[in-house]
Design a protein around this ligand. Structure first.
Ligand SMILES: Cc1cc2nc3c(=O)[nH]c(=O)nc-3n(C[C@H](O)[C@H](O)[C@H](O)COP(=O)(O)O)c2cc1C
Length: 309
């Protein structure tokens, strides 16, 4: 690809935060079809136009190219599983969602943040994708947070609110830090293992907080996103966990080690809440839920984050 480094291009495109949509239509046999897309963009208000880019390699490409229109379902933050289903090769993707035909006849899902139903305005050939430009025939929204997507991971805006509400309460701030499929764990006093935590996130240069703790382990990290916020100790303490990339370290002999997913000592983790959070993390990583879609020339589909960065 000329002189552009593909890996860098993916990282660059992945930094542009988007929502997550499922684009749907009805095929020639009257069956509902759809795929997960974050390439949705608004185009024009007058006339009302939107677009979505569909990979030429997608199985549904002929269906959408021939379609009279499509609906865009803007997913709510509790619809990660819908995103996953419509990005997978599951046979009957629609069996798992509650839907009805929109004003233009295309499948509109229940429980979304917003939706638009469109007639096909134009299809444009563009590299390894086809741009589907739709003219909006009907739309609606609900007061629920949309699901976000950035740097190959889902972002839940509601978590930020929950973390804000934790202000003034006792907090524990921790991190799930990964490099090449291994997670950073620290040894505890009783010989077990835990995720690195501190009472606050802290600031660079200050001696309290998680950032200082990580520096003490010889580790440099990029805490990209909130991953979980939950109450512990009968609601006396709020735990706030970030996920991110381990950029450097840990230094030898600092009581920290990198552990592969398969080698996580589950039984020694400090609590059930931490265990189930980390299990969710590992499951989502395995299912490529953190895959980054950038539709480049490598494959135009989901790439696991570990290969993408
Ligand atoms: C968050 C996310 C965003 C995606 N965005 C797009 C997109 O904009 N265009 C696209 O063609 N595929 C996108 N994909 C990949 C498709 O959803 C996936 O390849 C799907 O299996 C295509 O279905 P099909 O091959 O049955 O048509 C995305 C996947 C995810 C997880």
């Amino acid at each position: 690809m000329d002189s552009i480094d593909v890996r860098e291009l993916r990282n660059v495109l992945g930094a542009f935060a988007t929502g997550v949509t499922v684009v749907t239509t009805i095929d020639g046999e009257g069956q509902p079809r759809g795929f997960t897309a974050n390439s949705f963009t608004s185009v024009s208000l007058d006339p009302p136009l939107v677009l979505v880019c569909l990979a030429k390699t997608a199985a549904t490409r002929p269906v959408f190219e021939a379609a009279a229109g499509y609906a865009v379902n803007i997913l709510a933050e509790d619809q990660r599983d819908v995103s996953r289903t419509f990005a997978s090769k599951v046979e009957d993707r629609f069996a798992t969602v509650d839907w009805r035909p929109g004003p233009a006849g295309n499948p509109v899902f229940a429980g979304t943040s917003a939706w638009l139903d469109c007639s096909m305005h134009q299809t444009v050939d563009a590299g390894d994708h086809v741009i589907l430009i739709g003219r909006v025939r009907g739309c609606g929204h609900a007061p629920v947070n949309p699901l976000g997507y950035c740097r190959g991971a889902y972002v839940t805006f509601g978590l930020e609110q929950k973390a804000m509400e934790a202000r003034g309460r006792q907090t524990l701030v921790g991190a799930i830090l990964e490099r090449d499929g291994e997670i950073l764990l620290v040894e505890t006093a009783n010989g077990g293992f835990a995720l690195p935590t501190a009472e606050t996130l802290g600031k660079p240069g200050r001696s309290d907080g998680l950032l200082h703790r990580l520096a003490g382990l010889g580790a440099a990290a990029d805490l990209s996103f909130l991953f979980a916020v939950f109450d512990e100790d009968n609601d006396r303490r709020v735990s706030i966990y970030y996920r991110g990339k381990l950029l450097d370290g840990p230094s030898m002999g600092q009581g920290a080690r990198l552990v592969a997913f398969d080698g996580i000592p589950w039984a020694t983790l400090p609590s059930d809440a931490v265990r189930s959070m980390l299990q969710r993390y590992v499951a989502e990583r395995r299912e490529d839920e953190f895959g980054v879609y950038v539709g480049d020339e490598v494959s135009g589909t989901v790439q696991p984050l570990s290969r993408a960065v």
